[in-house]
Design a protein around this ligand. Structure first.
Ligand SMILES: NC(=O)c1ccc[n+]([C@@H]2O[C@H](COP(=O)([O-])OP(=O)(O)OC[C@H]3O[C@@H](n4cnc5c(N)ncnc54)[C@H](O)[C@@H]3O)[C@@H](O)[C@H]2O)c1
Length: 264
């Protein structure tokens, strides 16, 4: 059995992850951390049945008492960097789903993971369909010189653009240095009208409103044609097989990985 700790246990993703862990055959929940409801039984809160795992608020203390094999972090962009350093300094393997890490922070985490020979897998998107959407976008990027990304999320999402959009742009940029080929010089009469300008001049437009969970469209254009690659998450269960696959992978390995595509 792989002993699992979940950080952000009471959040939308944390709850879904705990449910997936508790219904899997090869994992058991041994630790639940959040900044709310300290000392309460997580089983009682989620399943109306006690499971003996009390919510803790201090990550380092929880790691030393519960000794999980792998921790899974779905917290908040502003905390995830410091949290991840705590896991790696404690030599605890980790799967990081929280988005919002900068390229510099990811590099620092990679170095720490390698130095401590402790596996860390960061994935901005754990849904198989979204990972395929990113892979297809990278493939199409070879053949189109113009592309933009529109990502659409619920209005409680704290970071913009989404980690998925940033990763998609990075993957596409490996194929083409400039995706605004032959665009005329532009003037924004309202600032931000053309969205954020990511790798290789890929413009990213972030939509936030109730009704969406997570969707993304990658638009490719060339003379006389548009190719749209779109993925929609209809509910959060779509992430769970990717999260469990990542846990099983890091339990058996010791390296740093960025992106679920690298272990599929
Ligand atoms: N990688 C993916 O596939 C994927 C999918 C969906 C969401 N996300 C990301 O996961 C993160 C969480 O999303 P959510 O919708 O569950 O958010 P949420 O706000 O519903 O839940 C976050 C939880 O973390 C807790 N928390 C915050 N700071 C903490 C800390 N320092 N220590 C412990 N617990 C802390 C909060 O109390 C809350 O219960 C976001 O960054 C989101 O973008 C990633």
């Amino acid at each position: 059995m792989i002993k699992i700790g979940v950080i952000g246990a009471l959040g939308k993703m944390g709850r879904e992850v705990i449910n997936a862990v508790c219904t899997s055959d090869d994992m058991e929940l041994c630790m639940a951390v959040d900044i709310q409801k300290e000392g309460e039984d997580i089983g009682q809160i989620l399943f109306s049945k006690q499971n003996g795992v009390k919510i803790e608020t201090d990550i380092e203390k929880a790691l030393s008492t519960s000794k999980p094999d792998v921790v899974i972090d779905f917290t908040q962009p502003k905390f995830v960097f410091e949290n991840t350093k705590k896991y790696l300094n404690n030599k605890t393997k980790c799967v990081i789903g929280t988005t919002g890490l900068s390229e510099e922070q990811i590099q620092t985490i990679k170095e720490l993971s390698e130095k401590n020979q402790t596996a860390c897998l960061i994935a901005p998107n754990f849904s198989l369909g979204a990972v395929l959407m990113m892979m297809f976008a990278k493939k199409a990027a070879k053949y189109f010189k113009n592309a933009e990304i529109i990502e659409l999320h619920h209005n409680q999402k704290k970071d913009a653009p989404s980690g998925t959009a940033v990763k998609t742009a990075q993957m596409m940029a490996e194929e083409n240095p400039d995706f605004t080929y032959s665009n005329c010089p532009e003037t924004e009469t309202i600032e931000g009208a053309r969205g954020a300008n990511a790798n290789s001049n890929i413009h990213i437009h972030s939509v936030r409103m109730p009704g969406f969970i997570a969707s993304q469209e990658v638009l490719f254009g060339s003379s006389g044609q548009i190719l749209t690659i779109r993925h929609d998450s209809m509910d959060r269960t779509c992430y769970m097989s990717g999260v469990l696959t990542a846990v099983r992978y890091v339990a058996e390995h010791n390296e740093f990985i960025y992106g679920l595509d690298n272990i599929l």
